[in-house]
Design a protein around this ligand. Structure first.
Ligand code: 6GU
Length: 228
């Protein structure tokens, strides 16, 4: 998979050289390119923002650099998926991560300030499959941290990125439930025992107990996932 990220703070993404995603990049499974939006400006000050029509607080990102960036980057593939992290987008869930992991080319456009000129989203539709995606109901200063989260959620689903694919299935949200609790040695620690069933060697009983734990945790912590 190729991913192109456009940001005015490309160094946010330095952390994506670490750990599993770093290895995936080295091995070529993940072809990640981070770009500075200002490289598509042509004035001396490399201006990317301007005041909003109609008035109001803050600045809006100008359309021209975005269009040039999207034109150039979308040419790397016949089928680009263009993602704009935005608190006004659809909430990003595991189901979306799974869909995106199937794509051959993602472009992620990170807005700052009060957002990007609305016409950029309309124009982007002519270049690819466009999604505005939010991490959740809170406000970040820009799309970078959200983009990092999405790249990690998508990247780990690309075959070969996570060494043991089985570790992908027993996670929170993979089956619509929160994950069961995990324990390791020692069996007793500071007067706390590991649940007896996990030491029993009875795989059927362990599977049943884990499923019960998933349901109970989901009911108490995230009843919305159960449709309540
Ligand atoms: Cl994707 N962007 C920004 N700026 N704020 C957010 C967000 C995204 N998701 C939640 N808050």
């Amino acid at each position: 998979m190729r991913i192109d990220v456009v940001s005015i703070f490309p160094s946010y993404f330095d952390g994506l050289s670490l750990s599993l995603l770093g290895k995936a990049r080295e091995s070529g499974i993940l072809d990640l390119h981070v770009h500075d939006l200002r490289d598509w400006t042509s004035d001396r000050h490399r201006t990317v923002d301007d005041t909003p029509y109609g008035g109001g607080a803050g600045m809006v990102m100008k359309p021209e650099p975005w269009a040039l960036a999207l034109d150039e980057l979308s040419a790397h593939s016949d089928a680009s998926t263009i993602i704009f992290p935005s608190p006004a987008g659809e909430v990003f869930r595991q189901s979306r991560a799974r869909e995106l992991a199937e794509q051959e080319h993602l472009i992620i456009g990170c807005g700052r300030y009060e957002g990007i000129d609305e016409r950029v989203f309309e124009y982007a539709v002519s270049l690819g499959d466009v999604h505005l995606v939010s991490l959740g109901d809170y406000v970040l200063n820009g799309g970078e941290v959200a983009a990092m989260a999405m790249i990690e959620a998508v990247g780990r689903l690309i075959p070969g990125v996570v060494g043991n694919p089985e570790s992908l299935v027993e996670e929170s949200h993979e089956d619509g439930l929160l994950e069961y609790p995990s324990y390791t040695k020692p069996a007793q620690w500071r007067s706390r025992d590991v649940p007896e069933v996990l030491l029993s060697g009875n795989h059927g009983a362990i599977a049943t107990w884990r499923r019960e734990q998933q349901l109970e945790r989901t009911r108490t912590r995230r009843p919305d996932l159960l449709g309540d």
